[in-house]
Design a protein around this ligand. Structure first.
Ligand code: NCD
Length: 304
C-alpha cells in the first residue's frame, strides 16, 4: 500500500498508514542508534533537494539512508546548480528522478512539493514547502507523543508561537484533530492559525492569547519559532519577536507529566534552563526524526 507513495501533505496518510510508520519506526530505533546494522536499502539512492536551509531534516534523512546501507546525493545550495541558470523546478525534478529512487524536497514556495510529485515517477517526500506543510516532522512529533503517553486521544495539546507561517504546526494541528486530541492554540493575534488549516481540522481548536490560560492543565506544549524569514515586513517581525517565552519559572506551573516539544531550531522561545527539567523532550524528539525517516524511506521504496 505504501510502495511508490508521495508524502506531500499529512492527509496523504490514513490513520492505519500512520500507525504502520510508527510500527516500522519502533523496529528501526536500535539501527538509528547504531546498535544494530542493516543493509535494507543497499543499492537505493535518495536525492535530497534542499532549496531552503535545514539542519535536522536534511541530516536525519541522510542518517536514515546511511544507517540502512543506502546512498544520498543532492544539494543544499541551489545557487550552485542549474536552477541559477534559469532551469525550471519541473525540469530539475525530471532529471533527478532519473538519477535516484526517492526524492526529498524542501522549497520556499508552498505547493512546490506537490508540483515535484506530479513530475516525478519515483516517490516524493515533502520536507517543508514554504509556509505549507511538513508532514515528516508531524510524524516524528506524533511518534514522540505516542512514545511518551501511549496515545494521543484525549490529551490536551497546546501549540504555541507562530501558527501562521510555521508549517510544522499546520500539518500537526490537522493530524492531532483526527487522532482525537483536545487542541489549544496560543499565538499573537497577527500570527494566528490560517483559516484553511482550521477548516481541514476535524475538531474546532480553542484559541488563546496567553500561555497562562493553559499552563496548568496542558499535557503537551509544542513551541515554535517566529518564522522571521517569512515576514513580508521586518518591522512586523520586530513587533512580535520574543512574544512567547517558556522559562524555568513557567515550567514550575506545569503538570508533573507535561512535556515540552519544539521542532527546532529554537531562537529564544525556550530558555536554556528548561533543558535540564524533566519536561524537556525536544532533543529526544529530534532523534526520533531518524527512525521515522528510516521507516518512511523503507515503506515508500517497498522494502518492508
Ligand atoms: C522547522 C521547519 O523547517 O519548518 N524545522 C525543522 O524542520 N525541524 C521549524 C522551523 O524552521 O522553525
Amino acid at each position: 500500500m505504501f510502495k511508490g507513495k508521495d508524502i506531500v501533505a499529512i492527509s496523504d496518510l490514513t490513520r492505519e498508514e500512520m500507525e504502520r510508520v510508527f510500527e516500522v519506526a519502533r523496529e528501526m530505533i536500535p539501527i538509528a542508534k547504531g546498535e544494530k546494522k542493516s543493509e535494507l536499502l543497499r543499492g537505493y539512492i535518495l536525492a535530497n533537494l534542499f532549496f531552503e536551509p535545514s539542519t535536522r531534516t536534511r541530516m536525519s534523512f541522510e542518517a536514515a539512508m546511511y544507517r540502512l546501507g543506502g546512498k544520498v546525493l543532492g544539494f543544499t545550495n541551489p545557487s550552485s546548480t542549474s536552477l541559477s541558470k534559469g532551469e525550471t523546478l519541473a525540469d530539475t525534478i525530471r532529471m533527478v528522478d532519473a538519477y535516484s529512487d526517492v526524492i526529498v524536497i524542501r522549497h520556499p514556495l508552498e505547493g512546490s512539493a506537490r508540483l515535484a510529485a506530479e513530475f516525478a515517477e519515483n516517490p516524493v517526500i515533502n520536507a517543508g514547502d514554504g509556509a505549507g506543510q511538513h508532514p515528516t516532522q508531524t510524524l516524528l512529533d506524533i511518534f514522540t507523543i505516542v512514545q511518551e503517553f501511549g496515545h494521543v486521544e484525549g490529551l490536551k495539546i497546546t501549540l504555541v508561537g507562530d501558527l501562521r507561517y510555521g508549517r510544522t504546526v499546520h500539518s500537526l494541528a490537522i493530524a492531532l484533530s483526527y487522532l482525537g486530541a483536545e487542541i489549544h492554540l496560543v499565538s499573537p493575534r497577527t500570527l494566528k492559525m490560517p483559516k484553511h488549516i482550521i477548516r481541514e481540522m476535524k475538531t474546532e481548536p480553542e484559541v488563546h492569547e496567553r500561555i497562562e490560560d493553559v499552563i496548568r492543565d496542558s499535557d503537551v506544549f509544542y513551541v515554535t519559532r517566529i518564522q522571521k524569514e517569512r515576514f513580508p515586513d521586518p518591522t512586523e517581525y520586530m513587533k512580535v519577536a520574543g512574544s512567547y517565552v517558556i522559562s524555568g519559572d513557567m515550567v514550575k506551573k506545569m503538570k508533573e507529566s507535561a512535556i515540552i516539544m519544539h521542532p527546532l531550531p529554537r531562537v529564544d522561545e525556550i530558555t536554556p534552563d528548561v533543558d535540564r527539567t524533566k519536561h524537556a523532550r525536544y532533543f529526544q524528539q529530534a532523534f526520533y526524526g531518524v527512525p521515522i525517516r528510516m521507516a518512511l524511506l523503507a515503506l515508500v521504496l517497498g522494502v518492508v
